[in-house]
Design a protein around this ligand. Structure first.
Ligand code: ADP
Length: 379
């Protein structure tokens, strides 16, 4: 069985040809700089290039017997709690959700429409970043905002990184030799964007990202949590427009805004060289993680593991050990030898017999999309 996975961003399309049962990729690639001067003209041209590259690697697409095309769509609002088979109604619904994710949903939708035209005989499945968090209870997804306004405009917590958290949660349960339905986890997805999620019995019950992917942890270029009053203050006293504040909080803050670099490897380099701003930036990054871990241990009660994943979570032993430092009284401890030797396999980095295990589990969003698409089309 073969599934084509398309992950379309504002200026790139990533693609992978995957057998959902097997770990290896049949083909993969990336078309970048869509709409830039020296790049590909637009998403239509980019998708054409994806098809050409795939056919160069594997022969005619029509002869591959594709079981499905899986599309990553960022925002499914409260309409989509599961992956769906795409028809015109689903396309329209994704279009209506665009104001909630203006940078992400429109390119995803463009690629979806073009791919349906290119491959009309193959089922197309939309897999939403928000879907896994549709299990949040009202106490976790409701903002204490005037009800009528919140409801009219859909202002609530949706959460993101759901495809990754879903994949990692099952892999974590497997590593612990537990049934996912009987496993409680705090999952820390730390990539360019970063989020924490409380998973109870295999379902998301709280998550740090909210209406948009701006809330919660400190990220590469995003503030994470900040007093909303600061925005009014910046508008009134500093004279910044709404768009300027949006850019400031989403693109010029986080590690970049604090230390001048959004990549933690560079922040570490500067911190070790004595740069006080970089030292504070990485401390704050870990402090915010610890803050959410504490909150979610309280939300979950009995917790079986804390799980690190994505670019930073899988690779940065310093962040792992610093963010969980001083939590031994809660049963949380990192074994420094295991932590420093962690590889790209899923593994346990807490000492044997710890109350709460600490895990490093590689994420694989594309495989998860392929698996969900295959499951939907087979069923
Ligand atoms: P995305 O969120 O775009 O999917 P990733 O999950 O791949 O991205 O994470 C990318 C980030 O991971 C990079 O910005 C970088 O800061 C971080 N990263 C990657 N490798 C390392 C490493 N060895 N040490 C620390 N951070 C790393």
């Amino acid at each position: 069985m073969t599934v084509l996975v398309l992950n379309c961003g504002s200026s790139s399309i990533k693609y992978q040809l995957i057998d959902p049962m097997g770990p290896s990729r049949l083909a993969k690639g990336l078309v970048e700089r869509i709409g830039e001067d020296d790049g590909v003209a637009d998403h239509a041209a980019a998708l054409r290039q994806v098809v050409d590259e795939l056919e160069n690697q594997c022969g005619p697409l029509a002869e591959l017997g594709l079981a499905a095309v899986g599309h990553r769509i960022v925002h499914g609002g409260d309409r989509f709690a599961e992956p769906v088979l795409v028809d015109d109604g689903v396309e329209n619904a994704i279009e209506e959700l665009a104001p909630l994710a203006p940078l992400h949903n429109p390119p995803g939708l463009t690629a979806l429409r073009l791919a349906r035209r290119e491959l009309p005989d193959v089922p197309h499945v939309a897999v939403f970043d928000t879907a896994f968090h549709q299990s949040l209870p009202p106490v976790a997804y409701t903002y204490a905002l005037e009800r009528s306004v919140a409801e009219r405009h859909g202002v609530r917590r949706y959460g993101f990184h759901g495809t990754s958290v879903s994949h990692v949660s099952r892999a974590a349960a497997r590593l612990l030799e537990r049934d996912p339905a009987d496993t409680n986890l705090v999952v820390l997805h730390l990539g360019n964007g970063a989020s924490a999620t409380a998973v109870r019995s295999g379902r998301s019950v709280d998550t740090s990202m909210g209406l948009t992917p701006l809330e919660g942890l400190v990220m590469g270029t995003r503030t994470g949590d900040i007093d909303p009053g600061a925005l009014f203050y910046l508008h009134r006293e500093a004279g910044l427009s709404v768009d300027e504040i949006d850019t400031l909080l989403n693109r010029r803050s986080g590690l970049l805004g604090l230390a001048g670099a959004n990549d933690l490897r560079e922040v570490h380099r500067r911190a070790k060289a004595g740069d006080a701003e970089a030292q504070l930036a990485r401390e704050l990054y870990c402090y915010r993680i610890r803050h959410y871990v504490g909150a979610y241990l309280a939300v979950l009660g009995r917790t079986h593991a804390i799980v690190f994943t994505a670019g930073v979570g899988e690779n940065d032993s310093w962040v792992r050990s610093h963010s969980l430092a001083g939590l031994r009284h809660l049963g949380v401890e990192v074994d420094h030898v295991r932590n420093s030797f962690a590889t790209s396999r899923a593994q346990i980095i807490s000492p044997d017999g710890a109350d709460v295990a600490v895990l490093v589990v590689p994420t694989d969003e594309e495989l998860e999309i392929a698996r969900q698409a295959a499951e939907l089309t087979a069923g």
